[in-house]
Design a protein around this ligand. Sequence first.
Ligand code: HEM
Length: 466
Amino acid sequence: MTDEFDPRPEDLKQRVWESIQRDELPPSDDRGRMRVVMNNLVLHLHPSKVAKPTLKFTYTWGLGGLALLLIVLLSVTGVMLMFVYTPSPETAYQDMLNLQTSVWFGQLIRNLHHWSGNLLVIVAFLHLLRVFFTGGFRTPREFNWILGLALLLLVVAANFTGYLLPWDQLAYWAVTVGSSLLSYIPLIGEGLRNFLLGGPEVGAATLTNFYGLHVAIIPLTLMGIVSFHIWRVRKDTLTIPHTVDGKVDGDDGDRIEKVTTLPHLVSRELVFALVMTGAILLWSVWVNAPLEAAANPDHSPNPAKAAWYFMGLQELLLHFHPVFGAIIIPALGLGALAFLPYQRFDLSAEGVWFRSRKGRLIALVSTLTALIAVPLLVLLDEYVLDLPGMMPNLPTIISNGWIPLAVLLLLLIGYYDMIKRLFRSTACEARQGIFVLLVTAFIVLTVIGVAFRGEGMALMLPWEVL
Ligand code: HEM
């Protein structure tokens, strides 16, 4: 037998590549091109062509792709960790010690998983900001924005459930504090907390519940929604970056140039993924994930803080009645975010960072306003104002809940009105100003909670906290 009639290419490299990729002869007609698209793995995930301006790195900052990469890293390292971990209070902490001391590269795998998880919270949040500031949530992408919000909540839930698994003091008390926020939900809060914890306190049942949520339920839901999210990005296409003058960014002509996904987009994605994997690996080689003493339910650390991504909420709780700090204000924030794409907006601002030149100025003013006003309000409430003491006859839910919330909402309305008059701005630019103000306020509250709250949750300087 000779291979005289074998149609496969002679070059071995080419044959191996084709056996994986199913690439065929270059297409010469529409049907041929279609066949290549159908047979190509990359082109199942991406469209065959993308608008050239969307390749500009400083438009998306690669944040959606980075979130995806982190999910892959988390899945791989998470499965490895499962080989050495048993979710029981008797063994969990010892498993962590063994992993770090007796398992080859165990510490590194744990570090990679820990830092990728924390980074994912930040990256998903930054991606949300990018989408908001470039108007990526507008028609037809409203529902994809909602899917994104669900993803952000799932990412936080995955981090929160994973936090408990090392079963050290940090884990035990952060979960005790974090889950106590649930009990402030009227009527069902206590029941919900008991259901999640598997009893009134954090214990063996909590570890089993959190493990199930962390390794199966949350990842499966997350992957399902991520697939839907990416599919929608593909179908809706990415928004096209525009300059403040309304021109397509990075394209001279009026027509938007299209380029083939292979190699233009895929090569950029590969380089970015490699650089980011390298950076995360380096960080994980140098910085170990924290592990404190084994969990001790009888000894609460002082202060007992929630995980860092809940510190903004914990800080709110220090200033408001718990129902407001833990439930009403966060629910209002989430509700406003979910409702955002369904409002009327200025279509011409799509793809323009911060909407317009004026929008940029308003965003800057709003950032500065929040940077100054929030610390001042925190200091005022801490050292000067005592609302429940000033209104002793009123229930605290009114004196320390409804009244300060109403005052803050009035201030916000006043600020919105002032922006509109002072800058003669559109509703779209002024709404963006409010968004920037609130996001900066949330970040400032988180920083205060993490770095400026020490023993007894008293305000102090960062070096006194550490
Ligand atoms: C696990 C989290 C997430 C993953 C893996 C993810 C992935 C992606 C990717 C790969 C893209 C396209 C490229 C890019 O914009 O960087 C994208 C676009 C988009 N994402 Fe996400 N995303 C996540 C979270 C979110 C969140 C939290 C939101 C907002 C609430 C969101 C809303 C959107 C929207 C609306 C687009 C289209 C934007 C446009 O066309 O300009 N995503 N996402």
